[in-house]
Write a protein that binds this ligand. Structure first.
Ligand code: NAD
Length: 494
């Protein structure tokens, strides 16, 4: 059985806990690997190595840091297929989805190559006579990233690239369900010339997460995962004096107005609902259709669903792969079965596929969904698209704003004025206008509102740089015999 251990000081280090987790190939349902689950001592050892590496890494000049990140950019680019195939093996992604994940992660590494330009401070000459004032941004120290199963390569790249370029040292606690990509990336960073201890990986469960949250040498924690754990990580980490950004779950609505291009809207709904088997925090899970066009839209979506090719990611023709685990697959199937009992109309039931050895479901489509039904109130995180009918734009907007989550949303319309009104009024962090999955490019920042994010700073881009640095303002005067005098008053410039 393949064994996956920790990565500390640029090498693989066996765990000492005696505890391990099972890693499956979701397409076959078979266990392929065993992953070490860290003990407190294992986490402490990784933190100690990151702490020891910090002073020299912080002192490493910006050009040298950028040189390493540029090399990392080349290595990830050259290894796109290898990384993607690890995602297929352990997560189940089909090739187009896995390669897309690597490409979007790579964008963050490319952004990070330019971090020196983001670290320029301000400078005010002659703020007072002979006095200059300037601001600088400095790294925090050892920072941790805790990541979910659904983007095993991209989400770590959201975090470590900027964290390291800002001069921090980093500890990643990836999902124990698909841990291999983080180890492959660790070795690429070593090949790129990153010094020992700057990037470390500890695999684990709650024991490892709790240790990262209470260890005094961890300065900040970036978390991406489900809302209950995001809230827990935020509350525990901040109580322990750490800076925390914790991104949680989602329920993303796509509002379709009567003037929309309905074919474009149906294509978008299919791609955004069933891509990655719906296991995306930016997946469209609810189509809110104004009722005058709802029948036509549901018909168009329904007619497209049978064309989706469900299969293993090793088959190049597959468009939608399996779910991450048997338990999760069964939970998702339960939402479809439950919806009929709650009075919704199951237009397409994809749960027959749940009999396969692999963790597959076919796409499901549920119409006439309402708040109060489980399939609406909870995040499903699977290939289940629900449709809710609303009377008007106003009712659609209200529905979105009443939802507990606020990660992504989209409006489909040809009316620019209404689209602008929507972007102004909607209480959601990432908005698409005729774009169903509006994941911001790497030079903006990613983050939701409400129960989709705990903390102040969104992830990556400019807000990522703010998160991984702290500001210092220097007020400076050089000795000048012409202006020197004793003055016990409070310093001021006028
Ligand atoms: P999860 O919350 O179960 O796990 C995330 C991380 O937390 C993992 O590393 C896991 O080991 C750890 N963890 C799990 N249970 C824990 C506990 N009790 N105590 C401490 N740590 C714990 O999430 P997941 O199932 O891996 O990922 C899917 C979820 O992530 C979905 O809710 C999805 O919406 C969300 N997600 C959000 C974003 C975003 O940007 N907002 C992006 C991707 C995924």
């Amino acid at each position: 059985m393949n064994r996956i251990s920790h990565w500390v000081n640029n090498k693989v280090v066996a765990g000492t806990s005696g505890k391990s987790g099972k890693v499956f190939n979701p397409a076959t349902g078979k266990q392929e690997s065993e992953v070490d689950l860290a003990s407190i001592a294992d986490v402490d050892a990784a933190i100690a190595s990151a702490k020891a590496a910090f002073p020299a890494w912080r002192a490493t000049n910006l050009s040298r840091r950028a040189e390493i990140m540029f090399r990392m950019r080349e290595l990830v680019d050259a290894n796109r297929k290898e990384i993607a195939s690890l995602l297929t093996q352990e997560h189940g992604k089909v090739p187009s989805d896995a390669l897309g994940e690597v490409a979007r992660g790579l964008e963050n590494i490319e952004f990070a190559c330019g971090v020196p330009a983001m670290l320029k401070g301000g400078y005010s000459e002659q703020a007072s006579t002979g006095v200059d004032v300037y601001s600088i941004r400095q790294p925090l120290g050892v920072v941790a990233g805790i990541t979910p199963f659904n983007f095993p390569a991209m989400v770590p790249m959201w975090m470590f690239a900027n964290a390291i370029m800002c001069g921090n040292t980093f500890i990643l606690k990836p999902s124990e369900k698909d841990p291999s990509a983080s180890m492959f990336i660790a070795d690429l960073l070593r090949q790129a010339g990153l010094p020992d201890g700057v990037y470390n990986v500890v695999h684990g469960d709650k024991v490892a997460v709790d240790r990262l949250l209470d260890h005094p040498d961890i300065a900040a924690v970036s978390f991406v995962g489900s809302t209950p754990i995001a809230k827990y990580v935020y509350e525990t980490g901040t109580k322990n004096g750490k800076r925390v950004q914790a991104l949680g779950g989602a329920k993303n609505h796509m509002l379709v107005l009567p003037d929309a291009d309905l074919d474009m809207a149906a294509d978008a709904a299919i791609s955004a609902a069933y891509g990655s088997a719906g296991e995306r925090c930016m997946a469209v899970s609810v189509v809110l259709s104004v009722e005058t066009v709802a029948d036509a839209l549901v018909e168009k979506i329904k007619s497209r669903v049978p064309n989706i090719k469900v299969g293993a990611g090793t088959d190049p023709a597959s468009e939608m792969g399996p779910l991450i685990s048997r338990e999760h697959r069964d939970k998702v199937a339960g939402y479809v079965t439950g919806a009929a009992k709650e009075g919704a109309t199951v237009v397409i039931d994809g749960t027959d596929k749940a009999k396969d050895e692999g963790f597959f479901l076919n796409p499901s489509l549920i119409d006439h969904v309402k708040p109060g039904m489980k399939c609406y109130d909870e995040e499903i995180f699977g290939p289940v698209l629900t449709v809710m009918r609303v009377k008007s734009y106003d009712e659609g907007l209200q529905t979105i704003n009443d939802n507990q989550f606020g990660n992504g949303t989209a409006i489909f319309t040809r009316d620019g004025g209404v689209a602008r009104q929507f972007q102004y009024e909607v209480n959601v962090g990432m908005v698409g206008i005729n774009v169903p999955i509006p994941v911001p490019v790497s030079y903006y920042s990613f983050g939701g509102w409400k129960a989709s994010l705990f903390g102040d700073q969104h992830m990556y881009g400019p807000e990522g740089i703010n998160f991984y640095t702290r500001g210092k303002v220097v007020t400076s005067r050089w000795p000048d015999p012409r202006t020197s005098q004793v003055d016990l008053g409070f310093p001021h410039s006028r």
